[in-house]
Structures are given as C-alpha cells and as structure tokens.
Design a protein around this ligand. Structure first.
Ligand SMILES: NC(=O)c1ccc[n+]([C@@H]2O[C@H](COP(=O)([O-])OP(=O)(O)OC[C@H]3O[C@@H](n4cnc5c(N)ncnc54)[C@H](O)[C@@H]3O)[C@@H](O)[C@H]2O)c1
Length: 281
C-alpha cells in the first residue's frame, strides 16, 4: 500500500499540490469544505493532466491512474492515515489556526503538518498544535506542476527530523527544496515584494511610465516579466497584505506599502482578476 499524502484546500495551490503528489505515486486525500470546490479542483487537475496527454508527455492510462489516486472529500477524518498533510486554504490566520487545531486532533502522532502559506508565521501555526516539532512550511509556487521550487520554512520548534523528511518528500515530488527560517516574508516575499513596492513608488513619483519600469527590469535584469505586470498577476490586494506583514513583522519603515498601491486596492483595481490593475485586461 502506498503512503497517504493529505492536502487541505482544493483551490489553485491545493489542487496543484494534489496533482503533483498523485503523479509521484502517493495516495492523495484532498479535503475542502464543500463539494463544488472539490469538483472545481478535480476539473482543474483533469485539464492540467490532459494538456500533458495532448503533448504526449503522459499516456491516457497514466492520467487515469493519477486521477484514480486522488480522493476528494469534505471529511476531515479521511486524513487519519496521512504521513503528511499540506494545508493550502485561504490566507487568513484564524482560518489556518482552525485547520491546524483540527488536523492536530485527526492525524496520527507521527504525521507532519505543513502549511503552504505565503506570509503567515509557521511558528504561530505550530504553537496551536500539540506537536510543533512536526509543523513546517512548504511554500510551493504557482503553477505547482511547473514550478520547481519548494521554499521549506523551519518554525522555531520544527525538528531536524521533520525538516529532513520534508526535504526528502519534496524531492520525491520532483521539486527542489530550499531551506529558510521563519521570519516575516521568509526569503521569497521578503526579497520580491519590496522590489515590486519600489517599482510602484517609482510610478507614483513619476520617475518613469509603467511600460518603461517594466521594460527596464525585463530587458535589463532578464526578469521574465516586469514588476508591475507581476504585481497585477499576483493580485494587488495580496501584494498589499504581504507588505503589511513585513511592515508589522519587522517594525521597519523601509517596508511601508506605497500609497498608490493602497489607492488601487481601495478602488478595487486588484490586477488581472478584476480586469484592471497597473494595466487593463
Ligand atoms: N495563488 C498563489 O499564487 C499562491 C502561491 C503560493 C502560496 N499561496 C498560498 O496558498 C494558500 C492557498 O492559496 P490559493 O491561491 O490556492 O487559494 P484559493 O482561494 O484558490 O483556494 C483556497 C481553498 O481553500 C478552501 N478552504 C477554505 N477554508 C477551508 C477549510 N477550513 N478546510 C478546507 N478547505 C478550506 C477554499 O474553499 C478554497 O477552495 C494561501 O495560503 C496562499 O497564500 C498561494
């Protein structure tokens, strides 16, 4: 019998993680709060795998076997056999602490509880459980089946054994794990978001146009897309929330969010998802 890999949340990240784990041979249990979220998640997995079938990177039979290894459920108790559960629910401290408390109850003693959070403290999530040594961050990147990195975040109480097991599991998923400690923004957002925020300040101050700012960073630094385009892609509300996490977490004014970013979020111009951000879609 293969090992059970649990995923909480069937959204963008959750269904990507479930797909990658099933493809690596795990029996996956993917849990969400309602049936329609599960249907949406399974449809996304089907479409993503079908693209690989169309490109002859996967056979139809392999696709069916991968999908057959994923059990979609609203029952938390289905995670009782999991060796690891990766939480990928809404980025909200109260929702995530609720999930970690519940997971602490239903999972077996040795199970690892990982969070895919972009900005919430792993140490805080660990502290609401009875086994903070087994709690760790596994920050996958979007789209999960394509992006190689897993930023592995060690909370204050995470044990070496948990870290080593997660390192090994990440490699089994075909990913490259890279380690960091639990401080605001980890490494990815601590370095990325201030760059995006600075680009917004430059636009705000009239230093250059949006096209010029993006073009300079794209062509000059060999970035695949400019910072303003990237901000629209991530969502300006998400960028603002992460800047606020850095600002509050470090208490340092260098992380203050640009007023123009706040203004756009207030206006509901959140980027691609609302049809308008720094660009129109
Ligand atoms: N989208 C990205 O680019 C990205 C990248 C890296 C990390 N993240 C992080 O991944 C997490 C998930 O983000 P997403 O973009 O997949 O969000 P999403 O909104 O697409 O999906 C979240 C899912 O969680 C479900 N959910 C909410 N509460 C739940 C609960 N108590 N139990 C089970 N399911 C529950 C929702 O119904 C929804 O289906 C967040 O912490 C986010 O910060 C997102």
């Amino acid at each position: 019998m293969s090992e059970v890999f649990g995923v909480i949340g069937a959204g963008t990240m959750g269904n990507g993680i479930a797909q990658v784990a099933a493809r690596a041979g795990f029996d996956v249990v993917m849990r969400d709060v309602a049936e329609d979220f599960l249907v949406r998640g399974m449809t996304a997995i089907d479409k993503s795998l079908q693209r690989d079938v169309d490109k002859e990177r996967l056979s139809g039979e392999e696709k069916r076997a991968i999908i057959g290894r994923i059990k979609a459920t609203t029952e938390l108790s289905s995670l009782s056999d999991a060796i690891i559960v990766v939480e990928a629910v809404t980025e909200d401290l109260a929702v995530k602490t609720g999930v970690f408390r519940a997971l602490d109850e239903v999972t077996k003693a040795g199970a690892i509880l990982a969070s895919n959070t972009s900005s919430i403290s792993i140490t805080k999530l660990g502290a609401v459980t009875s086994k903070p040594d087994k709690v760790i961050g596994m920050h996958f990147m979007n789209p999960v089946p394509v992006m190689k990195l897993v930023e592995v975040i060690r909370g204050a109480a995470t044990s070496d054994a948990t870290y080593e097991r997660v390192h090994e599991l990440s490699e089994k998923l075909g990913k490259t794990p890279l380690e960091c400690q639990d401080y605001p923004g980890f490494i990815s957002n601590r370095v990325l978001m201030p760059m995006i925020n600075e680009a917004i300040f430059a636009l705000h101050e009239g230093v250059a146009t949006r096209e010029s700012i993006d073009g300079i960073m794209k062509m000059g630094m060999n970035h695949p897309m400019g910072p303003l385009t990237l901000a629209d892609f991530i969502g300006l509300d998400v960028c603002l929330a992460i800047m606020n996490v850095l600002y509050e977490g470090f208490g340092d004014s260098k992380y203050r969010a640009c007023p123009l970013l706040k203004r756009y979020v207030d206006a509901g111009w959140l980027g691609r998802k609302t049809g308008r951000g720094f660009y129109e879609y």
